[in-house]
Design a protein around this ligand. Structure first.
Ligand SMILES: [Zn+2]
Ligand SMILES: [Zn+2]
Ligand SMILES: [Zn+2]
Length: 368
């Protein structure tokens, strides 16, 4: 059965192919939809903790004494809705006395940095899709201003990573909704690869690869050559990877999605640095993120996920990549546990054809 026939009947497509990630080819994905190809164990659904307040929770309002003093409260005062504190168990922290050692192949970089927790909401059990657009807009502008402050605070901080873990399968250890900000002394490898490859693409094509991907997602057109019949066909299927296009953003299902329900959100007009997002941009982002999380929640019946912001790193060596790199949010729902095949091969295995997943997410009817 060809993929075109499947598309025509609307039944799930049978695909078994390695899809090369156009931006980071080393993060390629084996899309294998046949049941027999399923090497994975499904992640057990977590029982959601929907309580509005928990007496023993350090992130609940009224329990502020259980955390280090706040770095920021929004709004100021006891009625805060968002609160930023130092992480009690930081993965990176202040300088320590010993200088980094180097012995043979054991090279290290001092684990200097900042690790902060953003308590997303005063309500303990509220989920992202249940927060108001107004609240989410304030949250995303809090991320923006904190990133800016951290970059300005110390030249040794090379990257500020904003991310969220939700649910035990995604590594969240405290059930109260929260995000994290880690300011690091190095630029993460995956981000370096994105910047390096998009810069090389820009040098060759004078275009941003992310802008090209957005255009392609909206107007997909391909020339197909059938090896057996010799027939040449054009396949035009606009929007098959698009989940939603808002005024300023687009939510897309990447062609080479590592995770079955992975969704990326990108600004429609070119913007390299998240810090350049305007308040109007962040209002619109809040809306499309809320709707995307609503869709994921509806399809999966509760979603455990990680999301993170990839933005152009600061520093001289990255300034030239501003026309080439395009900031984005990657949402990675956790529905299965990586297998030995994935760890051993470095190939992600995706058992749902991304086009079909996009179709199912798009079909969700959103509440007014
Ligand atoms: Zn709480
Ligand atoms: Zn762009
Ligand atoms: Zn990225």
């Amino acid at each position: 059965m060809s993929r075109q026939q499947d598309a025509a009947t609307g039944s799930p497509r049978i695909v078994r192919e390695i899809r090369i990630n156009p931006i980071v080819p080393s993060e390629s994905v084996l899309v294998a939809t046949a049941r027999s190809m399923r090497p994975k164990k499904e992640e057990a659904p977590a029982v959601p903790d929907l309580r509005p307040r928990v007496d023993t929770c350090p992130f609940c309002r009224g329990n502020e004494a259980m955390t280090p003093p706040p770095i920021a409260r929004i709004p100021e005062g006891d009625d805060w809705q968002i609160r930023i504190v130092e992480n009690l168990y930081p993965v990176l922290g202040d300088d320590h006395a010993d200088t980094p050692h180097a012995f043979g192949l054991q090279q290290t970089i001092d684990g200097y940095g900042r690790h902060e927790v953003v308590i997303d909401n005063a309500d303990h059990g509220v989920r992202i899709h249940e927060m108001t657009i107004g609240h989410l807009s304030v949250l995303f502008s809090t991320f923006r201003s904190r990133m800016e402050q951290l970059y300005h605070s110390d030249d040794r901080l090379k990257y500020v990573l904003v991310f969220k873990n939700f649910g035990p399968a995604a590594g969240a250890s405290i059930s109260h909704t929260h995000s994290q900000i880690i300011a690091m002394p190095v630029v993460p490898d995956n981000l370096q690869a994105e910047v390096r490859n998009s810069t090389a693409f820009y040098q060759a094509e004078r275009q941003c690869i992310f802008c090209c991907l957005i255009d392609e997602a909206m107007t997909f057109e391909a020339t197909l050559y059938d090896r057996e019949s010799g027939e040449v066909r054009r396949m035009i299927n606009p929007g098959q990877f698009v989940i939603e296009r808002s005024r300023r953003f687009i939510a897309i299902k990447p062609f080479a999605s590592r995770y079955e329900w992975e969704v990326h959100i990108l600004p429609l007009t070119h913007q390299a640095d998240y810090i350049d997002a305007t308040p109007e941009d962040l209002d619109d982002l809040a809306g499309i993120l809320k709707r995307t999380m609503t869709r994921l929640h509806a399809v999966l019946g509760g979603v455990q996920y990680n999301f993170f912001i990839h933005s152009l790193p600061h520093g001289q060596e990255y300034a030239g990549s501003s026309p080439a790199f395009h900031w984005h949010i990657e949402i990675c729902p956790r529905t299965s546990i990586p297998s030995g095949f994935e760890l051993g091969s470095g190939l992600f295995v995706n058992t749902i054809c991304p086009e079909d997943a996009a179709g199912r997410l798009r079909a969700i009817i959103l509440p007014e």
